[in-house]
Design a protein around this ligand. Sequence first.
Ligand code: ADP
Ligand code: MG
Length: 221
Amino acid sequence: MITLKDVNKTYFGAVPLHVLHDINLHIGRGELVSIMGASGSGKSTLLNILGILDSYDSGEYWLDGHLIRNLGENRAAETRNRLIGFVFQSFNLIGYKDAVDNVALPLFYQGVGRRKRRQMAMEQLDRLGLADRAHHLPGELSGGQKQRVALARALITNPSIILADEPTGALDSTTSKEVMQIFRELNADLGKTIVIVTHDPGVGAQTNRVIRIVDGRIEQQ
Ligand code: ADP
Ligand code: MG
């Protein structure tokens, strides 16, 4: 599903920063893996490359059998929208839209009509146990509820891959376990390929494989 061969990435700021060094990585269809490393080790950079949100300088990234390289914004967006759902530490919900409208948003960009969008979003919220929160604004929800809304939004387009950047980073330990349980169910029951970036060993322990990154290098397993 995901293969990186000798991928390198440098941020060319005032002082160039070589953040990813010869990354080799394979993540198979239906895997539940975590990428663990300290703050600043390059986890988010790596996840953004996997999500075609950022480019890389050398090497190859193969996603679902296609070489991801210089796609251009339209094809990158098309590939992302078709294959990938994103979840972030800070939820990235729109504050003035209620839960159902937040979840329905990706369908708007796919040209799905309003009635159908809302119906599908309600179903997705219901599946994640949030039907009774559908008309609440993000500010009226707990952290765990917000992350479940964000998960519903990630799932609404039925992506085969979910990429999550520190999804439990803003949650207490009990809520963190609940959210991790949802990831485990999405993997076990729906066969989603799930990649979770975290610095929390407790989160890593709830995935089926831990990939360690140190100073932009994958540790030999
Ligand atoms: P992590 O997610 O593991 O904390 P990041 O991938 O966010 O690590 O960052 C890795 C390194 O790259 C850090 O030193 C960070 O400051 C730097 N960095 C991240 N994004 C940028 C950017 N857009 N421009 C320049 N440097 C960046
Ligand atoms: Mg990060």
